[in-house]
Write a protein that binds this ligand. Structure first.
Ligand SMILES: C[S@@+](CC[C@H](N)C(=O)[O-])C[C@H]1O[C@@H](n2cnc3c(N)ncnc32)[C@H](O)[C@@H]1O
Length: 191
């Protein structure tokens, strides 16, 4: 499905959809990993969900979206995947607090200021051999830029810096941080 065919596409200015090179990275990971179960945080209209579901016919995806209108549009946009696409309208933090199900792939594309808070639970929910992909890890370049961070960006930038540092220092994970588009991290749980 093309982006512009998505129900709700006119609202994209408020929530960016995965960019083309990052989409390609995500698609290739799904094609090579062939995950059976994936979790996505941040559905928006279901575009990245479509990329994953089209790339692996055996995949069942649980995708979390806080906003009711977005969740309703995503449910419509993902209807053709039937039971393979489960759109849950909830706050990711609440879902994570209760979740015990394991996943082979986690695509993190929700609130950037929460990435670091979510990380311990995401590590736990990921199967060994599974991959965590996180989008927008550069946050418009502020994450790697020198100098004082504007107050309004501070929580997000600090969260993303700690997120990266934690994963780089974790010997259970092998990570690559790509710096094209808005940055995308690919971290494999190796033990
Ligand atoms: C960048 S958009 C996701 C784009 C989508 N992954 C794609 O590429 O097609 C981020 C989405 O996360 C949702 N979101 C923000 N905070 C959330 C939270 N705490 N729990 C669940 N979803 C949240 C937003 O409403 C928004 O739709």
């Amino acid at each position: 499905m093309k982006r512009e065919e998505l129900k709700g596409f006119e609202r994209r200015a408020y929530n960016p959809i995965i960019r083309p090179k990052s989409e390609q990275v995500l698609k290739e990971i799904v094609e090579s990993l062939k995950p059976k179960k994936a979790l996505e945080i941040g559905t928006f209209l279901g575009y990245s969900a479509t990329v994953m579901l089209e790339a692996e016919a055996g995949l069942v995806l649980t995708t979390l979206e806080k906003d009711e209108q977005n969740a309703a549009d995503a449910t419509f946009n993902l209807k053709r995947f039937g039971k393979r696409a489960k759109v849950l309208c909830c706050d990711a933090a609440n879902f994570l607090a209760e979740c015990t199900e394991k996943f082979n792939l986690i695509f993190l594309d929700g609130p950037k200021g929460q990435y670091f808070k979510y990380l311990p639970k995401l590590k736990e929910l990921l199967e060994c051999g599974g991959v965590l992909v996180a989008d927008d890890t550069l946050f418009h370049g502020y994450v790697t830029a020198d100098g004082v961070v504007k107050h309004k960006h501070r929580t997000i930038v600090e969260s993303l810096r700690k997120f990266k540092e934690d994963l780089q220092n974790d010997t259970n994970f092998q990570c690559q941080f790509y710096d094209f588009e808005d940055g995308i991290a690919v971290c494999k749980k190796i033990k």
